[in-house]
Design a protein around this ligand. Structure first.
Ligand SMILES: Cc1cc2nc3c(=O)[nH]c(=O)nc-3n(C[C@H](O)[C@H](O)[C@H](O)COP(=O)(O)OP(=O)(O)OC[C@H]3O[C@@H](n4cnc5c(N)ncnc54)[C@H](O)[C@@H]3O)c2cc1C
Length: 383
């Protein structure tokens, strides 16, 4: 196969970004009679948001009815469990409890149950305080909503799987290649690429898929889109995590979440467990202007206070700053929740450009369903 640095080369499909979404799409689209490139500016895949998250396979409870987030999360949940089972990708269907701390919050549990069922989330069940005590003796609350299809996944292994499938299908994943320019040409797009220390080159592609995560709005702008008019300008929203030490990880069996705030920007500081059984709290939500993954240790107090309500066994000394991720949000501070944008931009005079904008949570869960959705858009363009 020809190498991407051979400058006269043309590709059928170029995907910008090797996060979990770009890789899932590459795995879905790669086949021998098509030239598919993935361009990634970093040294390896999954170095940004796709490795800075809770690693939860969501069930689809929270998202507005009929939204892409709801549909793709529910489909992605089913597809991920199938895939993990078939390919031996590390995962655990632990189940999750959304815990009401007060009687006033129990009404919200009923609303969440109805919303989740409407979206197609399976097995949701309201449970009483005594049932909660039986299931999770160390968790404090007056009632809870059980989501048995929520789980956790080894997202690195998932990305490895997608990358291997893409390569098996003939796709090339090219690292240290930053897309710095896009120009509409008669048969598609001219893509200008900056290679670390090696200068620039460009090539033509028929279809261009923008999966650039935190930079997706800038990439859309490179293609000539007025991102303010289109509503594509991202707001960065940081989420920090604290680990819980002191041997406390064995005291809960499931993922434990509070009732989310109305119009919230996140799901509330919650307890997640990883596949090794380590416990952590997070993520909080803070709008930020730039990408900086440092955890502010002064936030320990607020983590401690939020967690202590549900988990009385946690002591201040158990918490240590761990890591942070940044959500690529379309929802600005105080605004309503916004859906994923996944669209072919023909109506902006840019046929064959597929933008994926605002792929925040549940983007990891949705990744195989997003890939199928994008594949349908691509087939319509080729038709
Ligand atoms: C704190 C937090 C917790 C989360 N928890 C969950 C969860 O539990 N479950 C869940 O389902 N989802 C969760 N998510 C969401 C999930 O992590 C993301 O939706 C998903 O990782 C997005 O993947 P991506 O491929 O779109 O983006 P990314 O992983 O950011 O990948 C984009 C890639 O594009 C590359 N790129 C950017 N610009 C260029 C350019 N010009 N040229 C070449 N390459 C470029 C970047 O280097 C990057 O590798 C969470 C997110 C956060 C921040």
């Amino acid at each position: 196969m020809k190498n991407i640095s051979e400058m006269k080369f043309k590709s059928d499909i170029t995907i910008i970004g090797a996060g979990v979404v770009g890789l899932a799409i590459a795995a879905q689209l790669a086949h021998r009679d098509r030239v598919v490139f993935v361009l990634e500016k970093n040294e390896r895949f999954g170095q940004e948001t796709s490795s800075r998250h809770s690693g939860v396979i969501h069930s689809g409870i929270y998202y507005p009815a009929g939204s892409l987030k709801a549909k793709l999360c529910v489909e992605g949940n089913r597809l991920l469990y199938e895939l993990c089972g078939k390919r031996g990708i590390g995962h655990k269907k632990l189940g999750k409890l959304i815990v009401a701390a007060t009687d006033a919050e129990t009404g919200q549990l009923q609303e969440l149950k109805a919303k989740g069922q409407g979206n197609g989330a399976t097995g949701l069940k309201l449970i009483s305080r005594s049932e909660l005590k039986e299931m999770e003796p160390n968790v404090e609350g007056v009632a809870a909503l059980l989501s048995p299809s929520t789980g956790i996944i080894d997202s690195h292994a998932l990305m490895e799987h997608f990358a291997a499938r893409a390569k098996d299908g003939g796709a090339e994943i090219a690292y240290r290649k930053k897309v710095v320019g896009l120009e509409k040409v008669s048969a598609g797009y001219k893509v200008a690429v900056e290679e670390n220390d090696k200068g620039k080159f460009s090539f033509d592609t028929r279809i261009l898929i923008n999966c650039a995560g935190l930079q997706c709005d800038k990439v859309a702008e490179l293609a000539g889109i007025d991102i303010d008019r289109a509503g594509y300008r991202l707001h960065y929203c940081k989420g920090e995590y604290f680990t819980v030490g002191g041997g406390k990880n064995r005291l809960v069996k499931r993922l434990i979440y509070p009732v989310p705030e109305v119009k919230g920007t996140g799901l509330g500081v919650h307890v997640t467990l990883d596949l090794e059984g380590r416990m952590r709290l997070g993520p909080n939500t803070q709008y930020v202007d730039s990408i900086d993954y440092a955890v502010d240790s002064r936030h320990k107090d607020s983590f401690y206070k939020s967690a202590k309500r549900m988990l009385p066994f946690i002591e201040y000394a158990d918490l240590e700053p761990e890591m942070a991720g940044i959500r690529p949000k379309l929802q600005g501070p105080g605004e309503d929740v916004k859906d994923f944008v996944i669209r072919d931009e023909s109506d902006k005079g840019l046929p064959g450009l597929i933008n994926l904008i605002g792929i925040e949570s549940p983007g990891l869960t949705s990744s195989p369903a997003i890939a199928r959705y994008v594949a349908r858009l691509v087939e319509n363009i080729f038709r």
